[in-house]
Design a protein around this ligand. Structure first.
Ligand code: SAM
Length: 247
């Protein structure tokens, strides 16, 4: 008959075995790939992608015009490091669901994520303020906003966002970070007071290769925020809710 201590150890050993933990407490499972998935998870992901094929569908001519521009930009993404299509769709979904009146984006580039936000803002009656440090990219983005017919919804601020964001006076419903990765924490600190309670901080490229660990630590340990990591297959997007009632 086992005494209580032996029984506890036996149960712990069984649980460890079920979780794939080896004798030295090391993981016995195959390693994760760059997107954070193990081979079995990758296979499941591939099956899910084949099972759930859902291209963006235009509900009217105006939406078709925007989606056509986005499809063309996606084909020519090249070295612009724009958000992939599914990430853009996710951003639109968040902004539209939040009924966003004011979205702030750090890192416009040629304007892909900005145009996805505009698809939401056309419906919510909101607007986008987006920051870009590179004049050529800013000019290209402006041309793309015109092509998509969303230029009225966007204020593009040219310059270093670390300084320029201090000029924001209005409340922010959704803050999207997609510029210099080591700068994310500074942007969050500067804009947190403007983020409305119940608002969202969304950060792109939150994966082990690119993300700033200090930013990840902030969003996962600050009790005023509740943060999740999603879209791992495309590099990782963190979504943090600014809890209502937080100072
Ligand atoms: C990954 S790209 C943004 C992609 C864009 N969100 C899209 O989906 O099309 C990052 C952009 O941030 C800009 N950037 C980097 N540091 C910046 C800063 N301090 N202020 C403003 N923009 C900055 C870069 O010039 C670059 O165009």
């Amino acid at each position: 008959m086992l005494n209580r201590r032996e029984a506890t150890l036996a149960i712990a050993a069984l649980l460890a075995g079920a979780a794939g933990v080896g004798a030295q407490g090391q993981e016995a499972q195959p390693p994760r790939d760059a997107t954070g998935r193990r081979p079995a998870e990758r296979a499941r992901g591939g099956a899910a992608e084949a099972f759930f094929v859902s291209p963006p569908l235009a509900k009217d001519d105006a939406e078709k015009r925007v989606l056509d521009v986005l499809a063309e930009m996606d084909r020519n993404r090249g070295r612009m490091q724009s958000v992939p299509m599914d990430d853009g769709r996710f951003l639109r979904l968040l902004a539209e669901f939040a009924g966003a009146q004011h979205v702030v984006e750090i890192g416009t580039s040629q304007g892909v994520s900005a145009i996805w936000f505009c698809l939401a803002l056309r419906n919510t009656g909101g607007k986008l303020t987006t920051f870009e440090i590179n004049p050529d990219r800013a000019e290209l983005a402006r041309a793309n906003f015109k092509r998509a017919g969303v230029e009225e919804l966007v204020s593009l601020v040219l310059g270093d966002a670390h300084e320029k964001v201090l000029e924001i006076t209005e409340s922010v419903d959704l803050l999207f970070l997609d510029a210099d990765k080591p700068g994310y924490r500074d942007y969050l600190e500067k804009l947190f007071p403007k983020l409305r309670p119940g608002g969202l901080v969304v950060a792109h490229n939150i994966d082990p290769r690119m993300a700033d660990p200090a930013f990840v630590k902030t969003i996962t340990t600050d009790s005023r925020l509740d943060s999740l990591l999603v879209h791992l297959q495309a590099g990782g997007i963190s979504v943090s809710l600014r809890k209502r009632g937080s100072s």
